[in-house]
Design a protein. Structure first.
Length: 85
């Protein structure tokens, strides 16, 4: 997967997640938010993303603006949600 700064530039397809666990789907979905500085309330997600070098927490949930997502991220989120993330 390629990254353009903190944005996804690759569109996922359903087959990418054919054997994925619910936890992997959850992490994939939340990584899109994390790459834009979302601060997680869920302690497990917070702990997980704080271990990533690229993660810089900046925005509380009430401050976060989903309009920051590019077309690929929006499509990826839609797919991941449809798969149960």
């Amino acid at each position: 997967m390629e990254y353009n700064t903190n944005e996804f530039v690759l569109r996922f397809v359903k087959e990418n997640f054919s054997d994925a666990s619910q936890e992997l789907l959850r992490l994939a979905k939340n990584e899109i938010y994390a790459r834009h500085g979302y601060i997680f309330r869920d302690p497990a997600l917070k702990e997980y993303f704080l271990t990533r070098d690229w993660y810089t927490p900046c925005y509380q949930a009430e401050e976060f603006d989903e309009s920051c997502f590019n077309e690929y991220e929006k499509a990826n989120l839609e797919l991941l949600v449809s798969l149960g993330a």
